[in-house]
Design a protein around this ligand. Structure first.
Ligand SMILES: Cc1ncc(COP(=O)(O)O)c(C=O)c1O
Length: 388
């Protein structure tokens, strides 16, 4: 049997894969089994922050791998503490809980918001969280419930109760929902990723913060896809000048190894006390050592470069033949195209460029350090495909 047949025989059928086996890569370039070269504008869905085989990250990870690969959270380890300190210093948050994925980080964020309300009211009366329609927060039973899309709320019920859904950017609806329900938080992605690259308005995000302050509940920002430099700020909430109580992140912070984090403000940190939450692999030293090497390089220069590259992509694609609209922030870009997104993906792949989709849009999430030459080359190919 070939690889495709073996995959079909032995791997659970949760993904419909493209007909492509990626065997290696370097920077923004991936290679298939025949040696064909692809410029990858997807970064493993916003995971490979510095592309494939990033030397600095490999060095940090392998050094740690040769030192200590794992111990339990019953003991102190230095990479985990160092990463938590860096995250707190760069965000102004007070504490970090580490886990392994975006869904797990969101589970932790939801638990923290509910426990803050529990500590305030002494009971579970204020357990509802307002999330947004069209959002995506993960695949566990609770994060599916948090996800504001009806098609994710079938087949696996009963789902975790306690979520109500607000139209993005509708402040009146947000006020109504938070008045009608006994809430402990509002949870948002500032750029809805899986939902089709919709950027929340300034007014709406500020209203989320204001309502959380008025009603003493937690503003939770899901930075799983938007975080770690992707949008041109370290975390996307920083574009809005708001201060969340809880931030979840994953994907790009690990640079290719599984790592998630829940950051808690001074107000929210009380939610977690010994025994209230945990994760065997959370804060794994190898993942954290790699993440330190990633975070160290997400500096002002890199963030300015992200914005420059984003401006280049947007100016190349806006008004280009076959393009209806371009949305997004930083290197998280959605393109509404004349051609169905799946055809764009297939034709780009044939021509050596990997792109993604988000709902009906074509989605670009290139590595943050992609070189201008490769970016120019890939966008030229994408434009030629879109113009057909
Ligand atoms: C905004 C957001 N939250 C949560 C998740 C779930 O992350 P994971 O697949 O690591 O569990 C994703 C994944 O795409 C995401 O984009």
């Amino acid at each position: 049997m070939n690889l495709k047949e073996l995959d079909s025989a032995f791997v659970a059928h949760t993904y419909s894969r493209f007909p492509l086996e990626i065997v290696s890569g370097e920077g923004a370039v991936a290679y298939d089994a025949s040696g064909k070269r692809y410029i990858d504008l997807g970064s493993g869905i916003a995971v490979n922050t510095f592309g494939y085989a990033d030397k600095v990250w490999i060095e940090a990870v392998t050094r740690q791998l040769h030192t200590l690969q794992h111990t339990s959270n019953l003991y102190f380890t230095s990479p985990c503490v160092k990463l938590a300190q860096m995250l707190c210093e760069r965000t102004g948050m007070s504490k970090v809980f580490f886990c392994n994925s975006g869904a797990e980080a969101n589970e932790g964020a939801i638990k923290a918001a509910r426990r803050c309300a529990f500590l305030k009211y002494g009971d579970e009366s204020h357990s509802t969280i307002v999330t947004l329609k069209n959002s995506f927060h993960g695949r566990t039973i609770t994060t599916l419930a948090a996800t504001g899309q009806d098609n994710f709320h079938t087949d696996f019920g009963p789902f975790t109760p306690g979520f109500v859904y607000c139209e993005p950017d509708n402040i009146d609806e947000l006020r109504r929902l938070t008045d009608e329900n006994a809430c402990c938080g509002i949870m948002i992605e500032t750029v809805q990723g899986e939902g089709g690259i919709h950027v929340l308005s300034d007014e709406f995000v500020k209203a989320c913060e204001a309502i959380c302050r008025e009603q003493d509940m937690c503003l939770i920002v899901d930075e799983v896809q938007t975080g770690n430099g992707r949008t041109g700020e370290l975390y996307s909430y920083m574009h809005y000048g708001v201060k969340p109580d809880i931030v979840s992140t994953a994907k790009g912070i690990g640079g290719g190894l599984p790592l998630g984090a829940v950051m808690l403000s001074a107000k929210a940190e009380a939610a977690y006390t010994p025994g209230t939450h945990g994760s065997t692999f959370g804060g794994n030293p190898v993942c954290c050592a790699g993440a330190v090497s990633i975070l160290e390089r997400i500096d002002d220069k890199l963030l300015a470069d992200v914005k420059k590259k984003a401006d280049f992509i947007v100016s190349e694609l806006s008004g280009a033949k076959g393009v209806k609209s371009v949305s997004g922030r930083g290197l998280m870009i959605g393109i509404e195209t004349d051609m169905p997104a799946k055809d764009v993906i297939a034709q780009c792949m044939e021509n050596g460029v990997l792109v993604l989709s988000a709902k009906t849009k074509v989605r670009l999430l290139p590595p943050l350090n992609i070189g201008f030459d490769e970016l120019r080359q890939a966008i030229q190919i994408l434009k030629e495909v879109l113009a057909k």
